[in-house]
Design a protein. Structure first.
Lengths: 203, 239
């Protein structure tokens, strides 16, 4: 019995090893698939790989470090909890995780600022977003992303950075930039398509 | 119609849409494989924007996350596969939003055979109220939603061509039994009463008339039966 099992186990082990050698050890896609099977060690490695970006994004949107920590923590636990629903065919693990992070942060922003106040402030352009854009741009300096963002028209770039780093809806962005709704939707989409081509993003 | 909603692809990928628009767009993408492909690419592009915002989290966070994960049961894979779960764990009003999405799809022009407006858990089909159905399905019907902390939501659908609208209040903060929510249409700076809710009521639907020319819809808490002018405005929605 034992003799019959051993070769199978050995070859099983060999296969696993060749997989882990073949793929980068901290590739988020591979890690997330393992997390979906309840692998806590894979989750710890995934945490190390994505937590700084999750925390950074959430903090940029929320500003308040204490709140950002709370939300980032919720996001990362949610990644663990819902990893079973990640479908690698539909996109990368990082895209899936950052979408959750962005939504959670924006949810917090939108539910905390009473709708009415926020809408009023936006309508009168009282919301400072320059520093968001500046801060964002500063960080982008060393990156290809910046070069590609610079390839956009000013309105495309502003629309994208305000929506993403500022957490605004396209309606709010339209009001801040004093551009019509159909135009702002077009700018966002065209801008992202240009960015996609510049970054060479494929799915 | 389909191309119209598709122009939201960029805003959707950037998460710059309301929950209701997201629901409408999800519906659109489910029926359009090439749109799904474009969306996946735009989402990957957006994810790259995150590369630049890396900040080391406090060391205590790692322990907290791993410890919480260790005692958190993972969900079963389900029909929601592939859709980020970030908001779906949400509280009260999201359930309502999901139900209201059907009505909104019409407002966004995605076209739908059957429809319903649902609020505070009770679905009232528009078929039972032809007046509401007429307004919601008008070709120029627009929807605006404002949400507030605690699960409150105010939705307003207006049709300038019909000069009518529908206001839906959902889970508004409690008021005393001798108080009512009052609805207002603001023309310029002048608020004109658009109806008073029953004393103590925190959810309900009202048809609005004379919406043309109004720039804002507002809600206030007043003594039961209403007031001639709003006291303190609780919420307002540009329309």
């Amino acid at each position: 019995m034992g003799a019959r099992h051993d070769p199978a186990e050995a070859s099983g082990r060999a296969r696993l090893e060749s997989v882990s050698i073949g793929a980068p050890p901290d590739d988020p896609d591979a890690l997330l698939v393992r997390v979906a099977r309840g692998d806590e060690r894979a989750f710890e490695r995934l945490y190390d790989a994505v937590a700084p970006r999750v925390f950074g994004l959430v903090r940029r949107i929320l500003r308040d470090p204490a709140q950002a920590e709370e939300v980032a923590q919720e996001v990362l636990v949610d990644v663990w909890r819902t990893a079973t629903r990640f479908d690698p065919d539909k996109g990368s693990a990082t895209s899936w995780i950052f979408t959750i992070a962005h939504r959670r942060a924006v949810d917090r922003v939108r539910s905390e600022q009473a709708g009415a106040d926020r809408m009023r402030a936006v309508a009168t352009s009282e919301v400072p977003y320059d520093d968001v854009v500046e801060e964002a741009t500063a960080h982008l300096e060393r990156l290809q992303v910046r070069r590609c963002l610079n390839g956009l028209t000013e309105v495309q770039r502003e629309a994208i950075t305000m929506a993403y780093y500022g957490g605004y809806t396209y309606r709010e962005v339209a009001s801040l930039l004093k551009v019509g709704l159909p135009a702002i939707k077009t700018r966002m989409r065209d801008g992202l398509i240009r960015l996609r081509d510049c970054l060479g993003v494929t799915v | 119609m389909a191309t119209d909603i598709h122009t939201l692809a960029g805003a959707y990928a950037l998460d710059a849409v309301t929950d209701i628009e997201r629901a409408a767009f999800d519906r659109h993408v489910a029926e359009c494989p090439s749109c799904a492909q474009e969306l996946a690419e735009l989402r990957e592009t957006v994810a790259r924007l995150t590369d630049s915002s890396s900040v080391a989290p406090p060391a205590s966070m790692k322990h907290a996350v791993l410890a919480t994960a260790a005692r958190t049961r993972q969900v079963s894979p389900s029909r929601l596969a592939g859709s980020p779960a970030g908001r779906r764990t949400g509280r009260g009003w999201r359930g309502w939003m999901a139900a209201a999405a059907a009505a909104v799809v019409i407002a966004l022009g995605a076209g739908l055979g059957g429809y319903a407006i649902a609020h505070h858990g009770n679905a009232a089909t528009t078929a039972a109220n032809p007046e509401i159905a007429r307004i919601v399905t008008a070709s120029d019907a627009r929807l605006e939603v404002t949400t507030m902390p605690g699960g409150s939501a105010v939705s307003v659908i207006v049709s300038p061509s019909l000069n009518e609208g529908v206001a839906i209040l959902s889970n508004m903060p409690k008021v005393r039994a001798d108080q009512s929510y009052q609805l207002w249409l603001v023309h310029g700076t002048t608020p004109v009463s658009a109806g008073v809710m029953a004393a103590g009521a925190t959810s309900g639907t009202r048809i609005l008339t004379d919406v043309r020319g109004a720039g804002e819809f507002a809600i206030s808490v007043e003594p039961a039966g209403g007031a001639a002018a709003p006291g303190s405005v609780l919420a307002s929605v540009p329309i």
